[in-house]
Write a new protein. Structure first.
Lengths: 201, 201
């Protein structure tokens, strides 16, 4: 059995990344979504066995010190990170695994796991990005501009990624995303069993 | 407009390569198939403007000397080659282009155009390969064995290719092949226009 592939996904607010990922997971039920460890409190509706695992700050710092995290980050005073063990277990079991992180997290993972394939989900244009960020309706112009600046800051680093999926039309974006996943399985290094079985006959 | 991508396709007798390619071309009408120059005589049913361009041995040797061929080969006393100009014109016009060659031709092209993406079409097993080569029905056991040896010789070099598409089930092979083509368009170096339009706003 071949090992699975690791896909690192980033995309700014307004890229529609969550919708793309949701659709990809519904079409590819065998792909695993990595878990995150986090030091903030559990919120209503969250469960201890969901995407986030709630741990203490001490435990988190111990994981950093022991090299148990593929990447970590501080956001509004809390630590967020991706445990290496869960990802490695999925890959060893032959499952593809998707890690969703920001551009800094993506760079950290790529350094530790250079075989990982990174995909940046990008809005199609400045106008669409601005419209998506404004249409949430609940925020002030100042809040919208702040998010717009943050998104553009991420897009400035999009060229660090292996692939860019432009999310103009959802169906095309999902189709393109899945073609990247499929093509990884056809990379020669991941697909030698037929060759070996014939050559070693 | 982005330049097109060049795909180098090889696959031994018994891989079902021609059937896969036929289906890919019918599903992707915008992909161009490269032309070949050849020094043998035109056969009944062939036309001067088809896949093969029939030229004199002198003209062929002149093309070699002028570096006008991406690859060339001798087969049963005749020269076969792939003119560079036609391929480059398609790529510059934004079309993907497929060149179908043997493993030696593939290596020659990859050396001259390292950005080309090479795909090897492989039978799923020794048994299927042997059965496909035997089922032509018209050949002696000796002729079948000779083709089998030649096919295995090519499969021994499959690991030089970027991708391997195993042709067990035609539909899956075509789907995989097309995912490789699609994913190339999402490689960051081929897909920067949305990023640039937002960042340079």
């Amino acid at each position: 059995m071949n090992k699975g592939n690791l896909f690192i996904i980033s995309g700014p607010s307004g890229s529609g990344k969550d919708t793309v990922l949701q659709k990809v997971f519904s079409l590819c039920p065998n792909i695993k979504f990595s878990i995150s460890v986090i030091t903030r409190d559990m919120r209503p509706g969250e469960t201890p066995d969901g995407k986030y695992r709630f741990i203490s700050r001490e435990k988190f710092e111990e994981m950093i010190a022991n090299g148990e995290l593929l990447e970590h980050n501080v956001f509004v005073g809390n630590y967020y990170g991706t445990p290496k063990k869960y990802v490695e277990e999925q890959l060893e079991s032959g499952f593809d695994c998707i890690v969703e992180v920001d551009v800094n997290g993506a760079a950290q993972i790529k350094e530790k796991m250079p075989d990982a394939v990174s995909i940046f989900i990008c809005p199609p244009s400045f106008e669409v990005l601005k419209s998506r960020l404004s249409n949430r309706g609940t925020d002030s112009a100042e809040a919208v501009n702040k998010r717009l600046e943050a998104s553009i800051g991420e897009i400035k680093r999009a060229k660090e990624f292996d692939y860019v999926v432009v999310n103009d039309n959802l169906e095309d974006a999902v189709d393109g995303f899945i073609s990247v996943i499929k093509s990884q399985h056809l990379k020669t290094k991941n697909n030698t069993s037929a060759i070996d079985s014939i050559v070693n006959k």
